[in-house]
Design a protein around this ligand. Structure first.
Ligand SMILES: Nc1ncnc2c1ncn2[C@@H]1O[C@H](COP(=O)(O)OP(=O)(O)OP(=O)(O)O)[C@@H](O)[C@H]1O
Ligand SMILES: [Mg+2]
Length: 330
C-alpha cells in the first residue's frame, strides 16, 4: 500500500453510510457531499479498509470493513478517546479483549484483533455477523409465542454463559446485539451475540445533563437505557449479573410486548428502575404461567444477589418453569 494512503482519513455519506477516503468529496451513489468522522483513518492498522458505518453509539462508531490481509469482511469498533479515558476502563478494556480473543464459540462474534489509532483511540476487530437482529423480530411481532421466546432466551443465555465463563461480561445487552443466524423454519433458534462493551460503562459521564443533547446534535441516538441494570445506573461495579438483568428485560419484553419500565425522560426512568417493582407480566399476557413470571421477575431483582447467579441457572429456571407450566395445564 502506498504510504500516503495511511494519511487518508475516512469520510462517510450521511445518506447511505458508505465510507470513502478523504481524497473523495461526493458519494458516488447518492451524489451528496461526504462528512469526516473524528479523523479516523480510512485504512486502519494498515489493513482494514472501512466500507460503511453500521452504527454510531455513545462509546464509538462501528464500521463494516474489508480485511485486506485475510480478504474477508470484518466489523471494527473505534472507541471515542473519552470512552476509555479512565485508567480503570483501559485496564478492563485490555483484559476483556484478551479474554474475548481466546473464546471460540459459535454463539459469540469472534474477536479477531485490536489496536490503537494514531490519536490514541482504541479499536477492536470482530467477525462481521450477518442476519436479522432480535430487535428486527420484535418490530415484526408485538409478542412472542411462549415456547419460541423461551427457546430464544435459552440460546442467548448459553452465549452469555460461554462469555462469563471466560471472564467476559457484556454490559450492554439489548435486542440489537442478538443476531439471529438460523432460518425461520429451523427447529431451534441459533444466535450470535455482538456488541460486548469491552470497557467499564462509565454511566456517570454519560448522563451529565447536556451530554445527550450534544450527542443528538451530532446525529447520534441518545443512549438506550431500557436494558441497563440498577447497579449500572447507580454507577456501581457491574458483574455478570448485570447481563442477567438485561436478559430479564429482554424476556419481559418478548413475552409482555413492552419492557418493564418506560419513561420519556432519563430521570423519570431512573426513579422507576431504582424504586419500583416490575409490573405483573401476567397482566400483560395471561398465558404466562406463574412460575415463568416468577423467574423473569427474579432476573429483574434490584439487588444482584437476589437474581439468578449465572446465565446457566437462569436458562435452567426458564426451561423448567415452562415445562412445569405445560404439565399443570395438561
Ligand atoms: N460484529 C458485528 N456484526 C454485525 N453487526 C454488529 C456487530 N457489532 C455490532 N453490530 C451492530 O451494531 C449495533 C451497535 O453496536 P454496539 O452494540 O457495539 O454499539 P452500541 O451499544 O449501539 O453503542 P455504544 O456501546 O457505543 O454506546 C449492534 O447492536 C449490532 O446491531
Ligand atoms: Mg454498546
Amino acid at each position: 500500500m502506498p504510504s500516503h494512503d495511511l494519511d487518508i482519513s475516512v469520510r462517510a455519506c450521511v445518506s447511505c453510510r458508505r465510507c470513502y477516503g478523504s481524497n473523495v468529496q461526493y458519494c458516488s451513489d447518492c451524489f451528496i457531499e461526504l462528512v469526516g468522522i473524528d479523523l479516523i483513518p480510512y485504512i486502519i492498522g494498515g489493513r482494514y479498509r472501512l466500507e460503511h458505518i453500521i452504527s454510531r453509539g455513545g462509546m464509538g462508531v462501528i464500521f463494516a470493513a474489508h480485511d485486506n490481509e485475510q480478504n474477508r469482511e470484518v466489523a471494527i469498533k473505534v472507541f471515542r478517546s473519552s470512552a476509555l479515558a479512565d485508567p480503570r476502563a483501559q485496564d478492563r478494556f485490555q483484559r476483556e479483549v484478551e479474554f474475548a480473543s481466546q473464546i471460540q464459540s459459535p454463539l459469540l462474534a469472534a474477536t479477531l484483533g485490536n489496536g490503537v489509532l494514531p490519536d490514541a483511540s482504541a479499536y477492536v476487530v470482530t467477525e462481521l455477523v450477518r442476519g436479522r437482529s432480535l430487535r428486527d423480530e420484535m418490530k415484526k411481532m408485538r409478542r412472542f409465542e411462549i415456547a419460541s421466546a423461551v427457546a430464544m432466551l435459552a440460546a442467548i443465555a448459553d452465549g452469555l454463559n460461554t462469555a462469563h465463563q471466560a471472564g467476559l461480561v457484556h454490559r450492554d445487552l439489548k435486542p440489537e446485539c442478538i443476531i439471529i443466524v438460523s432460518e425461520p423454519n429451523d427447529a431451534q433458534p441459533a444466535i450470535k451475540i455482538v456488541g460486548f462493551s469491552f470497557a467499564r460503562v462509565a454511566l456517570g459521564a454519560r448522563f451529565v445533563p447536556g451530554t445527550t443533547g450534544r450527542l443528538q446534535a451530532r446525529g447520534m441516538l441518545p443512549m438506550r437505557v431500557t436494558y441497563l441494570s440498577p447497579e449500572q445506573f447507580r454507577g456501581e461495579e457491574a458483574d455478570l449479573r448485570t447481563d442477567i438483568y438485561s436478559l430479564g428485560v429482554i424476556a419481559y419484553e418478548m413475552l409482555g410486548g413492552r419492557p418493564p419500565f418506560t419513561a420519556r425522560r432519563t430521570g423519570e426512568f431512573a426513579a422507576k428502575l431504582l424504586t419500583e417493582r416490575a409490573p405483573s407480566l401476567r397482566a400483560l399476557n395471561p398465558e404466562i404461567n406463574v412460575l415463568l413470571q416468577a423467574e423473569i421477575l427474579r432476573a429483574l431483582e434490584k439487588e444482584p444477589r437476589q437474581r439468578h447467579q449465572s446465565a446457566g441457572e437462569f436458562k435452567r429456571a426458564l426451561l423448567s418453569a415452562q415445562q412445569i407450566g405445560l404439565r399443570i395445564v395438561d
